[in-house]
Design a binder for this molecule. Structure first.
Ligand code: OOG
Ligand code: MG
Length: 262
């Protein structure tokens, strides 16, 4: 039995306030052990409705837990999908206030901007590539609203897959002639390389993660609009940060992007 709409809305409000107040909460399933994945996406939808009703603008979507490094780090082995709002976008190199978050971590990702609507029941890599306007190096700042950054599949979905902020690099590249799977990524924290990965680490190809996202949305009666920004998923493990830290992702042949915490 699905959770009642009033319960879904109450959970979304709790998660929204946890993000607003930068205060970790207990997992939703502690109170609602019967919550399943469908309920969790209903909570995420309710959270999206709340934010849009408050005046925020939907800017795109994200796929997550799409690489082995992330699956190992979090112990959750199914891809998850979330939404992005424009207010969460941080300019490359701009200061990000760490205290506004609970326990932020940074992920290096391949960012994708669409030029045509995207989504079909059998969406695959080719359909995604045809819909891409350009790709950019990107960073996602995740911040689980759950204490100790611990969750299972349904809880992380309800929490909009830990989405908090994102930084879009300044060097957009056309996708023509670019092999997204072959892109090599190095992640530096305070000048030292702390992790590395490549496009192939993301479900074999970043566009495969976007295709999975597009199929997920299609199954729920939604499409990715033209001009959307998509985070395809971390290529390596997420890096914990605090005020004073600087994280840079360098994508060979594509450029770099920086997140600076204060
Ligand atoms: C869930 C979100 C993971 C990614 O890129 O793999 C994610 C989490 O690890 O908190 O965004
Ligand atoms: Mg991510």
């Amino acid at each position: 039995m699905p959770l009642p709409a009033s319960t879904i809305d109450a959970i979304a409000q709790r998660l929204d306030h946890a993000a607003r107040d930068a205060r970790g909460i207990r997992m939703v399933s502690d109170e609602h052990p019967e919550m399943d994945v469908a309920d969790a996406y209903a909570v995420q939808d309710a959270l999206r409705r709340r934010r849009l009703a408050a005046g925020l603008r939907l800017s795109g979507f994200k796929a997550g837990l799409t690489s082995l490094a992330k699956i190992r780090q979090m112990g959750v082995d199914s891809p998850v999908f979330g939404f992005l709002t424009a207010d969460a976008a941080i300019a490359d190199g701009a200061e990000i206030r760490a205290a506004a978050m609970i326990h932020p971590r940074v992920e290096a990702e391949i960012g994708i901007v669409t030029k045509t609507p995207l989504g079909s029941a059998d969406c695959g890599i080719d359909e995604v590539l045809a819909a891409i306007d350009h790709v950019v190096p990107a960073l996602e700042i995740i911040d689980s609203r759950y204490q100790d950054f611990k969750f299972d599949l349904r809880n992380v979905i309800a929490d909009n897959t830990s989405a908090a902020r994102y930084v879009v690099g300044l060097a957009p590249a056309p996708v023509t002639g670019l092999d997204l799977a072959a892109l090599e990524v190095e992640i530096e924290k305070n000048g030292e390389v702390v992790a590395s990965g490549n496009g192939a680490a993301v479900l074999g190809h970043p566009a495969a993660a976007v295709a999975a996202l597009a199929r997920h949305l299609h199954a729920r009666g939604e499409r990715i609009a033209a001009g959307s920004f998509i985070l395809s998923g971390a290529v390596a493990e997420a890096i914990a940060v605090q005020a004073g830290d600087v994280v840079v992702s360098r994508v060979a042949g594509l450029g770099s992007v920086q997140a600076r915490f204060a």
